[in-house]
Design a protein around this ligand. Sequence first.
Ligand SMILES: [Zn+2]
Ligand SMILES: [Zn+2]
Length: 238
Amino acid sequence: MLIHREIPLIQSIISGFICTMIDPTDQNIYFEHRLEQIGVPVDNSGFEYMCQICKANIGDRTKHCGDCNRCVSVFDHHCKWLNNCIGEANYRYFLALVILTLFHGMLNFSQSVYLIYLDLIRSQPPFLWPLILNFIILAHSFAKSIALGQLLFMHLWLIFKGMTTFDYIMQMRDIQEAKEQMSKGEISQDICEQRINSILELPQQRKKALSMTIRRQSKVIVQTNKSQNGSNLRVDQS
Ligand SMILES: [Zn+2]
Ligand SMILES: [Zn+2]
């Protein structure tokens, strides 16, 4: 019984370890850096964005993580517990970690309920310390299951919507900004509602919100103007 109960815990530890060890960096960055090392010109076609820190073209849903200092493909979030970014490369292992840890919590919860029940009906009077210990495990596993259940539900909803956690955070920020503009009288209620609807309808099409990411088109324009005027021009950041 004990071994069976701990199987999901062992599996979740393995999932967490894999999740930590996988490098979620946008692979195009390694590719372009390698090309530069061997002196082969980089082909910019097909890329809309580049990272000013990594000095490379990046995918549409790539984001530069300040904690890891690297660009992560389909960035979801930076996980402090795993000390790694969660992105396209390791998202499935992160999800497996959440599911298995939730499963382990639920098993612990059901087993604690069963053991408390046995203790109460078999022992007259019941053994105090095993009862207290089982109540502690019960409370801990219940709290863990609720927290992980919410996390899993949120990620399943995000998958259904085709969004990452980062997309969701940016979406909420944009909606909040629109509401603040309306409350200040800068935009009307109709425009605010239109803006919120468009934000909610097209979450996956939202563009980069970080200053280190620029549109490749802007970069090309700036480079062209520099060569023509010999002066530094401002880069329009997305
Ligand atoms: Zn970067
Ligand atoms: Zn990170």
